[in-house]
Design a binder for this molecule. Structure first.
Ligand SMILES: Nc1nc2c(ncn2[C@@H]2O[C@H](COP(=O)(O)OP(=O)(O)O)[C@@H](O)[C@H]2O)c(=O)[nH]1
Ligand SMILES: [Mg+2]
Length: 267
């Protein structure tokens, strides 16, 4: 196992720079910000650069992928946000009843504010578009997103008072630690070419043995043998097993796991 190189950690591709610029322009049009984080690592999946440009606008935090996170940890996170008077709700973006709870929370959030426009922000793959689609379900005036180089401004009516707009995910400009790097890879925020799945799985297994021993998370070898990723000579097919392992994790088959505890919970 090797530490990620400085270059890997400081990855900040040009399209992300452009997306950030575009987001800054769009923020000028909105009153409310909906920030979709990953419930399994809320702080690591937040983006300090986004915080800076969002500034003091009213913000609703959505802890997405609630179904994959440890429910007790999610409760601690929601209490942590509540203690700071930061509105937050946990959501499974693929489930309509769950998105409906987010819609109700949004109703409360914008109540008394008058007609408002909101933008949905977050790092890649946290469930922003799924949430928007869920919010749009009841929308008669759903407009199609035109295919093209420039993404069209596309307002989705979430309720009588609120229109919502999707944005492309924007990753942290600098992933601060090797731990955040593998955790973000495992939870799906990093593009495939930015990590080595076998390395990520090795680190995850070592972490799980210490932090969630009861889940008995398999190492790659055990997973590969259990799933029949075995070649002639009884060697495991590590490459394909690693891909299957990453998918199994993403589907919650290895258990509901939260990687980060709220800071105060350590006290
Ligand atoms: N398990 C789970 N999967 C989700 C959830 N929300 C979205 N997804 C899935 O995650 C993937 C990325 O979702 P998407 O909405 O495109 O994320 P975006 O990149 O933030 O817009 C899709 O395959 C979704 O079906 C969720 O709450 N739980
Ligand atoms: Mg999206």
């Amino acid at each position: 196992m090797t530490e990620p190189t400085e270059q890997q950690i400081q990855w900040f591709p040009g399209h992300m720079v452009r997306a950030m610029r575009l987001l800054e322009e769009r923020l000028a049009l909105v009153d409310v910000v909906i920030e979709v984080l990953d419930a399994r690592l809320p702080l690591m999946s937040s983006n300090p650069e986004l915080d800076r440009i969002v500034g003091t606008r009213p913000r609703l935090v959505i802890l997405g992928r609630d179904d994959l996170a440890d429910p007790f940890a999610t409760r601690r996170w929601l209490a942590w946000y509540a203690a700071q008077n930061r509105p937050a709700i946990a959501v499974d973006g693929r489930i309509q009843p769950s998105v409906n709870r987010a819609r109700a929370e949004l109703d409360r959030f914008v109540a008394g504010r008058g007609p408002s426009r909101a933008i949905v922000i977050g790092i890649p793959n946290t469930g922003k578009s799924s949430l928007i689609n869920g919010l749009a379900k009841r929308t008669a005036a759903k407009t199609e997103n035109k295919a093209g180089v420039t993404r069209q401004l596309r307002w989705i009516r979430a309720n009588a008072q609120l229109e919502v707009m999707d944005t492309p995910g924007i990753l942290v400009p600098k992933i601060p630690t090797a731990e955040a790097q593998w955790m973000l890879a495992l939870t799906g925020a990093l593009p495939r070419e930015r990590y080595d799945p076998e390395d990520v799985i090795g680190r995850f297994h070592a972490w799980a043995a210490v932090h969630v021993p009861k889940l008995d998370v398999p190492d790659l070898e055990r997973f590969a043998r259990a799933r029949g990723f075995v070649r002639r000579g009884d060697e495991i097919d590590a490459h394909n097993a690693a891909g299957a392992y990453m998918r199994a994790f993403g589907e919650g088959k290895l258990g509901r796991i939260t990687f980060e505890e709220p800071p105060e919970a350590a006290v």
